[in-house]
Ligand binder design. Structure first.
Ligand code: GDD
Ligand code: MG
Length: 334
């Protein structure tokens, strides 16, 4: 599991926590990913760690997550996706067919389909593909009629993307892939290794339109949670309001996730939003389509709207209005 990135697009939420340790409704993101794999028969996972490895070690001190035994592989420096896979696989002694997942992907895709297609095709690598409207943020993967990959183009300009099927971030790989990855420098599996495998004709793919989201941006992190409480996932709807939150009966809370210890006072309005643990909205405060970080505070009558993101402990003062703003701002040193 690749969980070592900096989570830059989710700052300031990732200033203190790695992306995959951010809560998604009732559990850290990584637990959703691991328990989905566990349901498909996975019982051992290697976490490829880089940024803030301590957060994972502290959360799972006995080395188990959702019933899956964890092996921790901590990179000495960021090695990028292929470098990270190589490092983690060698660290854990992997010498047989293995699965790689991007740790920020939440999906209902059945891993079994990828494994059987991989074996059937005698592939060196097999990718899960999902359809999206705008492929420019992803790895674009055109295939022939047989499921053989014809090209792998990471984040092309929107107009030039040859397909709307993109790399969904789950791979089955043979150990021979590891020998393709040079040691001692950053290597991107998307920009170097997969294109080389395409050239050799050894890369295959399986298309599916099962539920899929990469929760690595504020909009997607918000969406992933509302999808869960709306029951858009195979597992059925989750409770949106934690029993350990305190919501005034005189507040209006609609279509929002309110986590443990969050407080919403009289007359406050919270719509299409996520409140992380301990976030507070004071009387008459208004929060729409936004994410309030842990223990952040929206004071009386303040307005936070249009995908604003508050970092841990940020205070929006009485009467202030935030429209599509992140606080603290990047580089403010706060
Ligand atoms: N250990 C380690 N070291 N992990 C890393 C590193 C690294 O240097 N860099 C990134 N990661 C982890 C991230 O934490 C994340 O879980 C995963 O690798 C993918 O990185 P992202 O930064 O989320 O990549 P992306 O979303 O822009 O693009 C990737 O995912 C898309 C699908 O969601 C690519 O694989 C695209 O091709 C793909 O379409
Ligand atoms: Mg991502």
């Amino acid at each position: 599991m690749l969980v070592g990135g900096f989570g830059t697009r989710l700052r300031p939420l990732t200033t203190h926590l790695p992306k995959q340790m951010l809560p998604v409704v009732d559990r850290p993101m990584i637990e959703h990913v691991v328990s989905h794999l566990a349901e498909r028969g996975v019982d051992d996972a290697v976490l490829s760690l880089g940024y803030r490895p301590d957060a994972f070690l502290e959360a799972y001190p006995d080395g188990h997550c959702a019933g899956v035994a964890l092996h921790y592989a901590v990179e000495p420096e960021p090695l990028d996706t292929a470098g990270a896979i190589r490092f983690a696989a060698l660290d854990a002694g992997i010498d047989d067919t293995f699965v790689v997942v991007n740790g920020d992907v939440l999906t209902d895709f059945d891993l079994g389909k990828l494994l059987s297609r991989h074996a059937e095709a005698g592939a060196e690598g097999t990718l899960h593909l999902t359809p999206v409207d705008d492929p420019s943020r992803y790895g674009v993967v055109p295939t022939d009629g047989e499921g053989r990959v014809e090209a792998f183009i990471e984040k092309p300009p929107r107009e030039s993307a040859p397909s709307h099927w993109i790399n969904a971030g789950t791979y089955v790989l043979e150990p021979s892939v590891l020998a393709r990855i040079p040691d001692g420098r950053k290597v991107s599996i998307e920009r170097e290794t997969f294109p080389a495998m395409v050239a050799d004709g050894t890369l295959y793919a399986v298309e599916s339109d099962d539920y899929w989201i990469d929760a690595g941006t504020p909009a997607a992190y918000l969406r992933a949670q509302l999808d869960l409480v709306d029951g858009h996932r195979a597992a059925g709807p989750r409770d949106a309001i934690s029993p350990e939150a305190s919501v005034s009966p005189a507040a209006t809370v609609r279509h929002s996730v309110v986590m443990a210890g969050a407080v919403i006072d009289d007359g406050a309005v919270v719509v299409d939003s996520v409140l992380l643990p301990g976030a507070q909205v004071a009387a008459g405060g208004e929060v729409t389509g936004s994410i309030l970080g842990p223990r952040s505070v929206v004071e009386e009558g303040a307005v936070v709207t249009e995908l604003s993101v508050l970092g841990e402990g940020v205070i929006v003062e009485e009467g202030e209005v935030l429209v599509g703003e992140a606080r603290p701002e990047e580089g403010s040193g706060a």
